[in-house]
Write a protein that binds this ligand. Sequence first.
Ligand SMILES: [Zn+2]
Length: 77
Amino acid sequence: MKVIKKGFEHATIGKELTCVGDGFGKGKGGCGAVLHVVPADIYVKHFSIGDYDGTHYWFVCPECSAKTYVKYDVFHK
Ligand SMILES: [Zn+2]
């Protein structure tokens, strides 16, 4: 028998991240919830404003909807 897709996949590739609400947008602090975040939960957007040029990565807390920035390699440490 060959495993096509492992169960509990998210348990191994996910990260426990804390909602700190430092993302742009809503402008409010996070609720402090510890969330199991997987790559599919991460939003990616490239910004080019004036001299600034960079890509932002963040997730949105399901509890309080605040955005929290993460590093692009958060799942590869
Ligand atoms: Zn939150």
